[in-house]
Each structure stands twice: as C-alpha cells, then as structure tokens.
Design a protein around this ligand. Structure first.
Ligand SMILES: [Zn+2]
Length: 240
C-alpha cells in the first residue's frame, strides 16, 4: 500500500466512507439497516442523503407528515453520522426531472466524498426508487467520483412487487452481507422510529416480513441472517 492519504495501489477493498442515497426516509432502513448497523460498529463513516421529506402520496390531500425527526432517530439507531434531507415531494420525483436529481446527488457526493455508495435497485416498482437509484449511479460514475463500489438493495414491498408484477430482470443479489441478531434488532428499532410505516404480517414490511427476508437471504448462503445486495461496480486495488 502507498503512504496514507496518497493515491495509488492498495491491497484490499475496505469501506471507509459510505454514502446511502435514497428517495424516502425508511428506504435506508428497509434496504440495508442491519448492514449499516454492522458497518458503523466497524468504524465506517456513514452519510445518508434522502431526497424527499414527507409521505404525501399516502394521503388523498397530498399533505403528508414530515419525516425529518423520524429519519434522524432511525439514523441515530443505525449509527449514521451525517444526514441530509432534501425537500422534494414524495412520489413526485419525476416532476423534478432526472437532471436536477443527478445534480443534487452529485453535490452531496462531492461534499461527503464516499468511496462506497448504497442505493435503491432499478428493479423496483416505485418510481422514486428507480429515479434515485439511477441518479446515484450517474453521480458515482467512474472518473467523475472517488466511488469504488456501488451497491443496490431491495426494499420490502416495492422490490417484491416489481418481481410480482413481471418487471424483469428482477432484483438478483450477488453480495450477501452477514448480520447478527443484534444488528437486525437495531434495524427493527429504526423501522419502529418510522411508526406509520409498520405493517402487520403477512405484509412485507411487517417485522415478521423483515425478519423472514433476513433469514431467507442468510439461508441462501448458509448463514443465519444476511441482507442481500446487487453490486453494480466494485474496483479493487486502487485508492483515489
Ligand atoms: Zn421508498
């Protein structure tokens, strides 16, 4: 490895600065909450960029509840150190336009300087998730950022619904991050911070549904619990 802080070859891929880019507060928890808890325990600096601030699409009059406080509470439980919540409206990111979203995420990326980005999958039935997943990939493109790894995660319900609605290719993990019961408990605590987002079994966002997915993803690779990811890009052996 070269001298600390100097660009050059490095021997292994270690996450030091992780930026999580999501459309809605709770996406980060549903998608990677237990992994974030584990990574924060391991000393990774984690930032969170949330593009919308409310849940307006759930209400007929469009006047949603501001999620700012819930986002901060969930972030604290997961060990996320830096949180930025933008003021775009829930499920209306298509009105903002892709270019503006790209610019907002690019600014965030320049400021936080992550080596790794987690974001939503493109195989997702929620339009905001797809737009933000694309914006994060564009902002983190090679040669325009110091990002060496981009991963996407599954968000219970909307990623499930994509598969159940014939969206192909479906979410197809190639990375399993092993987590402990304690990390999963912190994910469930963070999910509770979002209150209204909790559902009853057999809904996918119920606590049982979240536990079932962690157990299923773990059993795919013969471990007790895991969260699954699609690694879009991973560059090994170079420090920007
Ligand atoms: Zn969402």
């Amino acid at each position: 490895m070269t001298a600390a802080g100097q660009p050059g070859e490095c021997e292994e891929r270690v996450i030091e600065r992780l930026l999580v880019v999501v459309a809605h507060g709770d996406d980060e928890t549903l998608g990677a909450g237990a992994t974030l808890a584990r990574l924060s325990d391991e000393g990774v600096s984690i930032g969170l960029c949330v593009l919308t601030h409310d849940d307006g699409s759930r209400h007929a009059d469009d006047r949603g509840t501001d999620r700012g406080e819930a986002i901060l509470n969930a972030a604290r439980l997961l060990g996320i150190q830096e949180v930025n919540v933008h003021r775009f409206r829930d499920n209306r990111l298509d009105e903002v336009g892709q270019l503006e979203l790209n610019r907002v995420v690019e600014r965030q990326m320049r400021r936080f300087a992550p080596d790794t980005v987690f974001t939503s999958a493109l195989a997702d039935l929620n339009n905001d998730h797809r737009l933000v997943g694309l914006a994060a990939r564009i902002a983190a493109r090679p040669g325009r950022s110091g990002v060496h790894e981009v991963r996407s995660f599954e968000i219970r319900s909307s990623t499930d619904w994509a598969e159940a609605s014939g969206i192909r290719p479906a979410f197809s993990p190639n990375c399993w991050h092993v987590v402990s019961e304690a990390h999963l408990d912190r994910k469930l605590s963070a999910l509770r911070a979002y209150g209204a987002e909790r559902e009853q079994w057999p809904q996918p966002r119920s606590e049982e549904g979240v536990r079932a997915l962690a157990a299923y993803r773990g059993s795919q690779v013969a471990v007790p619990l895991a969260e699954a990811f699609e690694v879009a890009r991973q560059v090994v052996g170079w420090r920007a």
